[in-house]
Every structure is written in structure tokens, then in C-alpha cells.
Design a binder for this molecule. Structure first.
Ligand SMILES: Nc1ncnc2c1ncn2[C@@H]1O[C@H](COP(=O)(O)OP(=O)(O)O[C@H]2O[C@H](CO)[C@@H](O)[C@H](O)[C@H]2O)[C@@H](O)[C@H]1O
Length: 393
């Protein structure tokens, strides 16, 4: 089976959040199971910046291609690389005007950028003759691909056997834009209806994906249920209920190769199950680096997240004073809303011995925070597995 996996972010090429983790991992593991997978993503500025750090090459394989149907004179080039740690070919849609901002979600016009990328992906697939059985799109930035396929490409024999899957990683982001973007996309006017992309008078790209994909998936079985309720459905619960027989929830996994403390070069000291005492060293070095009191026995709680309302940060802020009553250090790594950034910073100023707030995006520091996870942190240093297990229970 051939799968084209389309995502706006893919680790390690360009990462903002959890979408990149899945997009950089799932294709690798599908490949191990014998699936022929290709990744398609935009060539963000970050993709070039990260090449040396993550040791991948980038080579141009095609130039000056038009994105069919889109009302623009912009053309795109195709670059190729291989997903590190795998043989998965990754193709990049390159266009200076749309994808040269420093941030993945910046640029001249996010609506136009995602339309251009979605349309260009289908031209790329044909140009490279990838002949996919499945095109797997992710979140709103790629959700128009099934809409193009079911409308303008409906009679194109090239895609007659291609099925589509939309994975919703985060229903909180839907890509809602002014209806004027419809003419830019070249999509037919009839898709702007209640049964299509229309959403309270606006265009909703994710809704388009939900309506036009063959199958819809999301990040856990529970989330698949929740998003069909009014409380968690973000105003799309009705449409999701209409598609409920095609809606699946497959629990996200973790990449055991990337998150392996025995081999991860980004942590302070490597360790494995036979040397768990080395976890202490990672914890102590983290305390040192973050200028927290170096105390082996003190539990360290880590939070690595985009600092936005949907992450439940208000719950944390409400109990921060209370948490500092315990023998606990709280380490936060994140960027996002100014409100959360400054509220967290204030707690660091108030409790410098207990709270470390790091307002930046730093995948290396993230790894160092994940490593000495709480589980053994208040246990005696020991190489005795049984004792450690008992202690963490
Ligand atoms: N400042 C920073 N520095 C370094 N790394 C940082 C960082 N901020 C965030 N990260 C990393 O980004 C990833 C997760 O980000 P978020 O917590 O913001 O989730 P997101 O909403 O993107 O995930 C969405 O997609 C995932 C994947 O499907 C779903 O599991 C989830 O429920 C859904 O909300 C983690 O790998 C985290 O370490």
C-alpha cells in the first residue's frame, strides 16, 4: 500500500507542537510495517535551518510548477529529503513568498498559504507520480485536499482509486476564513453551503475535511467520543456526529527510538533500565542548569506546552501558591499567550527556589525535562529494580 502523509509540520524538519511529533513518527513506523510512505510538507524557513542540527540533506528535484486551480501566479519547486532514522522520502513544497517566514504559522496570509500548499500537494503527487492508495491529511491546513479531490478532481482517473483520511489532532484550530478565500482556491461555489465548508457565514477548512474525507481519525478513542458532544465539539459536533460511522480514534504513541534515554544524545547522561540511578544525575544537572536548588530528593514536575487557553493553564495558575507548600520544583517550558507567559514569570519571581519558567522553544531542553520523570524521583538511589518498582508504586 502507498500512503502520502501530508502535514504542515514534521519533526525534525519543522516543529511547533504535537502534530510534528506524530507526522515525524507515524510514517517511520508504517514503513517498518511494509507500507510505502511519502511525506509532503511546506519548505518552511526552519527546514533549512534545522538541516545541519538534525543531519539531513535537501535537494531540489523539480522547479516552477503551478498549483492547479489556485488564483495566483506563484509557482512552486519541489525539494526532497529523507526522514532521519528512516527511509521515508519527504517532499517539500517550496515557494519564497508563502513559506519564508521564521515561524511556521507566520507568513503573508495563512489562509492563502494553506490553500496553495493543499492544491500544490496534489500537483506534486502527480508530478512525482506517487500513485497513492491513501492520502492522509492532518488538521485544517491540509483539510482542503479531500475537498479538491471530491470536487475538481472527481473525474481525474489519476486519483480514482485514492482514498482520503483526515486526522484531527486538535479541534480547537479549524482554519476559519472570510468566504472571499473560496475564489482564491478555485473550488466551486457550491461547496460554500451548510453541507460543505460554510460555518456561521465563514469558510471552515476543517469542516471541509470532515465532510469530504473518506475516513476521519483523531488522537484517542476518548477524544473521538468527546468531539461529538456539544461541550467539546467546538461547534463542529453536529457534523462529526453525522460522520460518526467513519470516525475513529487511534491512540497516539510515543517514538521509542527518539525518547530512548539509553541513546538520546540531548540528555545529560545516558542510562537504561539496569542503571536507573543515573536518572538522578539527569535531574540534578537539570536543577543546576535551571538555577534551582540542587536537591536530589525534591520532586520535579515538568510542563512543556504551548501556553494557550486550551491547555488548562488556568487550573495550574490557580493552585501554584498551594503547590509551592510542597517539597516540589515546577519547571515550565513554553511560549504562547502573553497573559500566561507573564503570569508564570511572576510565579518564578515570587518563588525562585521552586519555580523555573522558560519562555522559549527549545527541543533539547524539552528532552532534558522529560528524562528525569517523576516516577523514581523521591526514591532512594538504587540499582535494585524490585526496590525501585516498589517505591514508584
Ligand atoms: N516551548 C517548547 N519547547 C520545546 N518543545 C515544545 C514546546 N512547546 C511544546 N513543545 C512540544 O510540542 C509537543 C506538544 O505540544 P502541545 O502540548 O502544545 O500539543 P498540541 O496541541 O500541539 O498537540 C496536538 O496534537 C497532538 C498530536 O496528535 C495531540 O496528542 C494533542 O492532543 C493535540 O492537542 C510536545 O512534543 C512538546 O514537548
Amino acid at each position: 500500500m502507498r500512503v502520502v502523509f501530508v502535514s504542515y509540520e514534521v519533526f525534525p524538519f519543522a516543529k511547533v507542537g504535537g502534530l510534528a511529533d506524530v507526522a515525524g513518527t507515524l510514517p517511520k513506523y508504517l514503513e517498518k510495517q511494509g507500507v510505502e510512505v511519502f511525506i509532503v510538507m511546506p519548505k518552511h524557513r526552519l527546514v533549512e535551518k534545522n538541516a545541519e542540527k538534525f543531519d539531513y540533506d535537501l535537494k531540489k528535484v523539480a522547479s516552477d510548477i503551478s498549483a492547479s486551480y489556485v488564483k495566483t501566479s506563484e509557482k512552486f519547486d519541489i525539494y526532497e529529503s529523507t526522514l532521519p532514522g528512516s527511509n521515508v522520502k519527504t517532499y517539500f513544497v517550496a515557494n519564497e513568498y508563502y513559506f519564508s517566514a521564521d515561524d511556521v504559522y507566520a507568513g503573508p496570509d495563512l489562509g492563502e498559504q494553506s490553500i496553495f500548499f493543499s492544491a500544490a500537494t496534489l500537483d506534486l503527487v502527480k508530478h512525482l507520480d506517487l500513485k497513492p492508495d491513501v492520502i492522509h491529511v492532518n488538521d485544517w491546513q491540509t483539510a482542503l485536499i479531500p475537498v479538491y479531490l471530491k470536487t475538481l478532481y472527481r473525474d481525474d482517473p489519476y486519483f480514482s482509486k485514492t482514498a482520503t483520511v483526515l486526522t484531527i489532532h486538535n479541534l480547537g484550530y479549524q482554519g476559519v476564513f472570510d468566504p472571499k478565500y473560496l475564489s482564491f482556491s478555485g473550488l466551486p461555489d457550491y461547496v460554500f453551503s451548510i453541507d460543505g465548508l460554510e460555518f456561521y457565514g465563514q469558510l471552515n477548512f476543517l469542516k471541509g475535511g470532515i465532510v469530504f474525507s473518506d475516513v476521519i481519525n483523531t488522537v484517542s478513542p476518548t477524544y473521538a467520543e468527546e468531539i461529538q458532544t456539544e461541550e467539546y465539539g467546538e461547534k463542529l459536533d453536529g457534523v462529526l456526529r453525522m460522520r460518526s460511522k467513519d470516525l475513529y480514534g487511534i491512540l497516539n504513541g510515543i517514538d521509542y527510538e527518539l525518547y530512548n534515554p539509553a541513546t538520546d544524545r540531548r540528555i545529560y547522561v545516558n542510562y537504561d533500565v539496569n542503571h536507573l540511578e543515573l536518572k538522578w544525575e539527569n535531574k540534578v544537572k537539570l536543577q543546576e542548569e535551571l538555577k534551582l536548588p540542587v536537591k536530589k530528593e525534591t520532586a520535579v514536575a515538568g510542563l512543556i506546552s504551548r501556553l494557550v487557553p486550551q491547555k488548562g493553564l488556568d487550573l495550574l495558575l490557580d493552585i501554584m501558591d498551594y503547590l509551592t507548600l510542597f517539597d516540589l520544583q515546577i519547571v515550565v517550558l513554553g511560549t504562547g499567550d502573553e497573559y500566561y507567559e507573564s503570569a508564570l514569570r511572576k510565579f518564578q519571581e515570587k518563588y525562585p527556589d521552586k519555580v523555573s519558567v522558560n519562555i522559549k522553544f527549545d527541543v533539547d531542553l524539552a528532552q532534558k525535562i522529560y528524562t528525569p520523570a517523576l516516577i523514581y524521583s523521591s526514591c532512594p538511589a538504587s540499582t535494585n529494580r524490585v526496590a525501585l518498582d516498589r517505591c514508584s508504586a
